[in-house]
Structures are given as C-alpha cells and as structure tokens.
Write a protein that binds this ligand. Structure first.
Ligand code: ADP
Length: 484
C-alpha cells in the first residue's frame, strides 16, 4: 500500500442512514493542501435539509441500537480497529494531504485513533451498574446505565482522525446514535473513517456525517432539533460556549474539549536533557497545533541559559517542508489565518522585549510554513502568554521561586494540561496537586493515551475522553426502586 495521496475511491459525499449521497442542492466546497495550495478534492456542502435528514435518521435508529448487545457493539469497534490499522498508510496520506502534518506523525495519529477504537471495544462489554441499600430498608435500589441517546459530534482539524475516533468509539460502545460534523478544513480523513465503520458492519442510521462550509447552519439545526440528547465538541472555547448556550435550550448533556494555555515548568533541579526532550514533544508535536501544546515555558533562572541553548539548538535542526516528503519534521500550518496569528504573536513579543534565539521568520512560499522559533525573556504582558499560539513557536520566561511560578502558571482562564520537570518527588507531587489543570505531565511532554481520562478544568472544558470514565459521558444513570 502506498503512502502517497491518491484521490481514487475517496468518499466526498454525505453519509446518511447508511448511504453515501450528495448534498440536497448538489453544492460542494474545496479542500486545500496547506503545503502546496492545491485543491485535492471537492466535498459535499451540506445544508439544513441534509442536517434534518441526518438527525432524523439518528433519531429513528436509536431505540434499536440501544437494544443491540454489548458484544455486537464491541465487535463492530474491534473490526473497525483492525481496518484502521490495515489502512494506516492510506489514512495517513489523506491526513497529510489535507492537514499538513508529516507522514510519520500522521501514522502515529492513526495508531492512537485505532487504539481508542480497541479501548472502547473492550469497554463496551464492561458497562456496569450498582445496587444500594435504602436507608429505611423499604426498597431495593437498582442502578443501571442506558445510552444517553442521539449525539451531536463536532471535531476540529488538528487531529482529523483521532478527534473523531475519540467521540465515535465511546458513543458506539454505549449504544448511542450520532450525527457527526468534521472540520471543514479536513473532512476527507473523517469520511474515510466513516467508510471503515460501514465496512465494519455498523447498522444504518447509527453514524451519520454531514460535511459543510456552514458549521453554524448544520450544527445549529441539530442542537435545536429536540432529537439530539447530547453534544460532544472539541474546538475553540469561543465555539464551545456557543454550543453550551444552544445545549441549554434543550438541556442536552455536554462534553467540551476546549482550548489550552499549557505551562511547561522547568524547576532548578530538573534533568535538563529530559526537559529538552519533553519540550520538543510538548511544543513541536503537530507543528504546535494542539490544545495540549506547551504555550508558556517557565524556566528557573539558574538553568534558563542551559535549557534555552539546548532547546534552541534542537529546534533549529528541524527540517521544515511538505509533510509528504521523507525527512520532514515540521509541516505547514493549516491556513493563512493561523500563520498570520503566529507572525503577529512573535512580533508583539519582540516589540515588548523578547529575544529570538532561533527562527522568527517564514520561509519562501508556497505553503503556510513558519520556521520553528524559540524566544527568550518573553515578558508577562506579551500576547502569547494569554493566547493559544497554535504554531511552532516557544516563548521562554524566567522565574525565581516555586510559589511565583505556580501563581503564573495558574493565572489563566484555561486549565487543560501542565508539564513539570523536576528530580524531586516532593516538588513533583506538590506541582501535580497545585496546578489548576485536568492533566499533568511529570517529566514527560506527552499525556495522550487511550487508557487515560483526557480533559480540562476551568474554561478548557467539561468531561473526559478515554480511560475508564470515558464511556460515562455517553451513558445515563437510571435508578429503579424495587419494593421488598
Ligand atoms: P478551530 O479554531 O480549531 O478551527 P473552531 O472551534 O473554530 O476551532 O472549530 C472546531 C469545530 O467547530 C469545526 O468543526 C468547526 O466547523 C465547528 N464550528 C465553528 N463554528 C461553529 C458554530 N457556530 N457552531 C457549530 N460548530 C462550529
């Protein structure tokens, strides 16, 4: 199987009630390769009529799907896992073509997404319940779990396969039907994933997909339909708040994976080699286009020189280029808007006193490329301290005391993840406890794992994806009082 992008056999239609079909008006929108600006496909542009057909199909399929056996649902997920693995090269090539990440990273994402399918195939048959003793001894208390009902799934462009897999897998395991709207910048990977679920034997109507250039029309229709019982969203805090307001109208269950502003803290006693390795992963994975990306580097003044020098050297050695080419470490950003944002954040920091150690420019086009950059002495009032950079730019700020760095790290409305590097167990545990985040990386720059509950606190979101509790987001608790 080849690793190069081949549009043959690519699905570009909507998938509703088990059938691939064009948008009602026949409209399409283009998908661009961010490394070359080539238009690689035209995808169906769904509108409210298509949205209505999709949510109605999900509504119709719900009752029967809820009654399917856990083993049958587990088997669909297991088959899908195997198909995703067997199609690794093809899926990775699609992802690199529409999103830009280097092929090796795209393959890593395929493996991670596949693991979510395998994890939830194992969880589908372990949905438990409980029983309790009533305080007055009058009733038995029987506690059971049921699927929430039809779910609205909305995903971003930065992890086109994994973000969909992380939502679809627990929904299938729990017995929920779905309407799914992938990001308009990267619809092709999601459509390929949906075709895999069809091949894996998912019944008609369980998973319906509408691609669109008008997210608010399609998703807005679903949110107000009265059919959907839950929304699971990954994306910006701004859009998350819009969906939460819409969810309030029908009192829908809501899971939100929103933005981050991750601190990366290097204490005075840290192993600097480990910290640099961790920084490379926490900053450079996915070109920095991740909500878990280290956004603010706080390094103790006594080690800042050594850390910055080694980190900048490693960053300057990275090969920037088309992700489809051998040897590329860093691909393009997703679009012009992202590139402009990164450029503005760097010039703002420099104007306020930061120094560029490496990078700080954009290579000759085409493609939305930005040279991997390390800045030091980034002042606290620089815009990049309060904005998700979403690019290959690391800004370093010195600190002197642990109390000071904890205060700085927590001084943000976000709370997704924090990274801490220290050789002291006592300090590690203190930071793990005191950082206001949903996830902590202790001496590691990577926290994602199918067995781990992924999610944030504060304005970084609600709920968790993955882990033992991941399936609970898609289950309701029912209590039956049984007379004795
Ligand atoms: P990003 O900045 O990462 O693109 P967004 O929050 O804008 O994040 O997008 C994440 C997902 O939310 C995408 O699928 C996008 O189409 C969708 N989206 C954007 N605006 C809305 C909206 N008003 N209603 C519903 N979905 C939206």
């Amino acid at each position: 199987m080849s690793s190069s992008f081949d549009p043959t056999g690519l699905h570009t239609e909507l998938f509703i009630d088990g059938a691939w079909q064009n948008a009602a008006g026949g409209a399409t929108f283009p998908v661009e390769n961010p490394a070359t600006h080539e238009i690689i496909a035209h995808v169906a542009d769904g509108g409210s009529e298509d949205a209505a057909r999709a949510i109605e199909a999900a509504g119709r399929a719900q009752a029967e799907w809820a009654k399917s056996t856990p083993r049958a649902r587990a088997d669909v997920l297991r088959r899908a896992f195997e198909l995703v693995i067997a199609n690794t090269d093809r899926l990775a090539a699609i992802m690199t073509a529409e999103m830009g990440k280097p092929l090796a990273e795209a393959k890593g994402e395929v493996a991670y997404g596949a693991e979510m399918l395998r994890w939830f195939s194992e969880e589908a048959v372990r949905i438990g319940g409980d029983q309790a003793t009533s305080v007055d001894g009058k009733n038995r208390i029987m506690i059971t779990k049921e699927p929430v009902g039809p779910c609205v799934l909305v995903t971003p462009w930065n992890f086109p396969l994994a973000m969909g897999a992380r939502k679809i897998a627990p929904a299938i395991a729990a017995g929920c039907t779905m309407v799914f709207k992938p990001a308009e910048l990267t619809p092709l990977t999601s459509l390929a994933l949906v075709e895999i679920f069809r091949e894996a034997g998912l019944p008609d109507g369980v998973l319906n997909v509408v691609t669109t250039s008008s997210a608010s029309t399609v998703v807005g229709h679903w949110m107000s339909s009265g059919i959907a019982r839950k929304v699971s969203f990954t994306g910006s805090t701004e859009v998350g708040k819009i969906l939460l307001r819409q969810a309030a109208e029908n009192v829908m269950r809501s899971s939100m994976e929103l933005g981050g502003n991750a601190p990366f803290i290097v204490l005075a006693d840290a192993d600097i080699e480990k910290a640099v390795d961790g920084a490379m992963k926490a900053k450079m994975r996915n070109m920095g286009e991740a909500c878990t990306a280290a956004n603010r580097f706080f390094v103790h003044r006594s080690v800042i020189e050594e850390f910055s020098e080694k980190f900048a050297k490693r960053i300057s050695e990275l090969q920037v280029g088309n992700g489809a080419l051998e040897g590329t470490d860093v691909g393009p950003l997703i679009e012009q808007k992202g590139l402009d944002k990164v450029e503005n954040l760097v010039s703002d920091a420099v104007a306020k006193g930061a120094r560029i150690l490496t990078g700080g420019s954009r290579p000759e086009g085409p493609g939305y490329f930005y040279t991997p950059t390390v800045l030091t002495d980034v002042p606290l009032d620089a815009d990049m301290m309060t904005t998700e950079i979403f690019g290959p730019v690391a800004g370093i700020t010195p600190f002197d005391s642990e109390d000071e760095v904890l205060r700085l790290a927590n001084d943000t409305e976000w709370g997704l993840v924090g990274y801490v590097f220290t050789e002291s167990m006592e300090k590690a545990l203190r930071f793990s406890a005191d950082l206001e985040v949903g996830m902590v990386g202790l001496n590691t720059g990577l926290v994602s794992n199918p067995a781990a509950p992924f999610g944030g606190v504060k304005q970084s979101g609600l709920g968790r994806e993955g882990g033992k509790i991941g399936i609970d987001e898609f289950l309701e608790t029912k209590y039956t009082a049984v007379a004795v």
